[in-house]
Design a protein around this ligand. Structure first.
Ligand code: FAD
Ligand code: NDP
Length: 339
């Protein structure tokens, strides 16, 4: 039996956040017929990406009254489809850039070949290795990495809760949790916050929030199924004490979702894809990366969308170059950039 050759796509996009959908909208409008793999709980996040885990997005232009994270991602997706993007709800598990067109394989076994690839796989919230807070402890029984997803659960209502972190996520999650908890501790490892001024001010103005600067959570405790207390340590005095606390939320940053591609493109020591300056080109020709999988500095929906636009325009130029080439020169283009 002759094996069927995988279909050759102009451009395959991996991801489902603002970067991926902006790249899809632009490449679809350029009549490149993009195929987008949105992932099935890829990196533990629903298709739509990180914005699906937040409440209101107030800083994306075009929504003067703000918009819910879920709604804006649904709008991104609808716009991609309206422009002609084909979407598969599958997670890409591996890529092979050893031959051209490049080969992309999903966890479901779908194999496609692509002349260009846009990686927009984003990032996922980090968990902490605290005794009692892991899978065999109170993880998902009081311990979570997403306040917005889990904070409304009945067992958090009217109870003291804690958030670890000093960034915008921690401020946002703590503020959100005050809707449900009796009070919210924000446990910060340094004596300063990393969060933006506005987010800090909002959290500081909330009477239900108490900041524990230069503190760490050292153990999650409980006598039954659910978290009841935390052991916390003052990092300046080394003193430990126990506080009542029924919910612990990690808000300590993210890991890029790049495992499926990190063997094939250059990444930094944390796994973020390295792109050329003022460009989204990776070291592999025809492979572009945009959004939070390559940006550990700005990490905003609008910057992710902006870099998704850059990827799309770069794909267009690159495909035009391929088109202009004489037949048979594809293999010559399959070479690595010198960054
Ligand atoms: P992501 O949003 O990370 O989405 C990538 C998605 O691609 C993944 O979630 C997954 O669904 C999919 N995927 C991953 N791997 C694969 C694979 N192998 N195959 C197929 N699909 C895959 N920014 C703002 O501007 N305003 C805000 O108000 C704001 N609030 C935030 C609140 C929270 C709680 C968090 C965590 C972030 C917030 N941000 C906010 C940051 C913003 O969400 C991100 O910067 C932005 O979503 C990054 O977009 P992205 O397209 O790079 O990827
Ligand atoms: P950040 O990387 O900005 O902040 C992580 C925080 O967690 C820092 O305070 C860091 O401490 C702390 N931390 C990291 N590791 C540990 C650890 N092991 N133990 C204790 N504390 C730890 O991540 P965020 O998720 O907060 O934000 C990511 C991006 O998303 C940012 O660009 C942010 O602006 C954006 N965002 C925007 C929002 C908005 O505008 N509405 C809402 C939420 C996020 P330290 O400072 O000491 O390194």
């Amino acid at each position: 039996m002759v094996e069927e050759e995988p279909q050759v796509e102009n451009v395959v996009i991996v991801g489902s956040g603002p970067a991926a959908h902006t790249a899809a909208i632009y490449t679809a409008r350029a009549e490149l017929k993009p195929l987008l793999f949105e992932g099935l709980l890829a990196g533990g996040v629903a298709a739509g990406g990180q914005l699906t885990t937040t409440t209101d997005v107030e800083n994306f232009p075009g929504f003067p009254d703000g918009i819910s994270g879920m709604e804006i991602t649904e709008r991104f997706r609808a716009q991609s489809i309206n422009m002609g993007t084909r979407i598969l709800t599958e997670t890409i598990s591996s890529v092979d850039f050893g031959s051209f067109p490049y080969e992309v394989t999903s966890e479901n076994g779908t194999v496609v070949r692509a002349k260009a690839l846009v990686i927009a796989s984003g990032a996922t919230a980090k968990r902490m290795d605290i005794p009692g807070a892991g899978d065999n402890g109170f993880w998902q029984r009081g311990v979570s990495a997403c306040a917005v997803c889990d904070g409304a659960a009945p067992f958090f209502r009217g109870k003291p809760l804690a958030v670890i972190g000093g960034g915008d996520s921690a401020m946002e999650e703590a503020t959100f949790l005050t809707k449900y908890g009796s009070k919210v501790y924000v446990v910060v490892r340094r004596d300063v916050l990393r969060a933006s001024k506005t987010m800090q001010q909002r959290a500081r103005a909330n009477p239900k929030i108490e900041f524990l600067y230069s503190h760490a959570v050292t153990e999650a405790l409980g006598s039954g199924k659910f978290l009841e207390q935390l052991k916390i340590k003052d990092l300046k005095t080394e003193e430990e004490r126990i506080i009542d606390c029924n919910g612990l939320f990690f808000a300590i940053g993210h890991l890029p979702n790049t495992q499926f591609v990190s063997h094939a493109v250059d990444t930094d020591d944390q796994g973020y894809i390295i792109t050329k300056p003022d460009s989204t080109a990776t070291n592999v020709r025809g492979v572009f990366a945009c959004g939070d999988c390559q940006d550990k500095k700005w990490r905003q929906a609008i910057t992710a969308a902006g870099s998704g636009c850059m990827s799309a325009l770069e794909v267009e130029h690159y495909l035009q170059e391929l088109e202009d080439d004489q037949p048979g020169t594809h293999s010559a283009l399959n070479m690595h950039h010198n960054l």
